[in-house]
Design a protein around this ligand. Sequence first.
Ligand code: ASP
Length: 324
Amino acid sequence: MPRQPVIALVATGGTIAGTADTPGAVTGYTAGVLGAEALLAAFPGLGEIAALRAETLFSLDSKDMAPAHWLALAQRVQALADDPAVDGVVITHGTDTLEESAFFVHLTVATAKPVVFTAAMRPATALSADGPMNLLAAVRVAAAPAFHGLGTLVAINDRVYAARDVQKQRTHGLDAFGAGEGAAVGRSDPARPGLLVNRDGGSCAAALASAALPAVEVLYVAAGASPALLDAVRGSGAAGAVLAFPGNGSVPEAWKPAIDAALHAGMVLVRASRVPAGPVGHDTRLPASLLSAGDLPPSKARVALMLALACDRPQRFCTLAAPH
Ligand code: ASP
């Protein structure tokens, strides 16, 4: 009889581990209450698919995740993936900042074993809670040879997304996640995994040795927004900033002096877009050192820039950001 796959489950909190007072409540609940063992108890049949080793790393609402948590999580996932007895890793996480944690783990954890994030939009106490089915899908994906070598994945609502591409696109509803234009999406069916591709998985592994990540802020540039925002970030000593401009990364004239001053001071700046889909290309009329976010949304451009700076290679950002 073939050996049963061994999957390590790392719980970090989120709505999948959330509880409410009544079964009908899908808002106003407390996220991150239940630990890993309680998540497994919701579906004892999981044990027939894989032998599970469960641990609770954090009990957080993911709105409170910070770069220090990303580092601790990625270091733990790397250690589990390096264990010859472990075949795959599943991480349960809140939906709010899952896209950032998953992209960070994708870029820093070097392994061919499946590393699969999952989450839920309804708390564990809700009628038709989506957490147990999403956890089942994540364990299936982590246990299946078809998903090896694809980098970090996100299994949710019957689909599998590449961590690089996935984004929370709706504040409510089970179909909250999607991926940008032309991005890689698969199915949580090990027999028909779909179109996933591995882009840059583990390519920033050196950053896992960092004690802390460089400070990078994201600025949302509304019509008429004051460039004093960028001056303030420069004054805070941040190493970089991602500027979420309107349209195709269109830089308002009023922002150009502040951008020049920040570049002159040695900050690394990325021109991104507030628009949900489509790449931001290079614009030859702008300073050559103002980098373009490509098809990364501002939140992920920040992750990529932090890692590029942590590895002392700001230009590495351009490879990570290049559109599909
Ligand atoms: N605020 C929750 C969190 O991100 C939302 C969720 O998990 O759906 O932890």
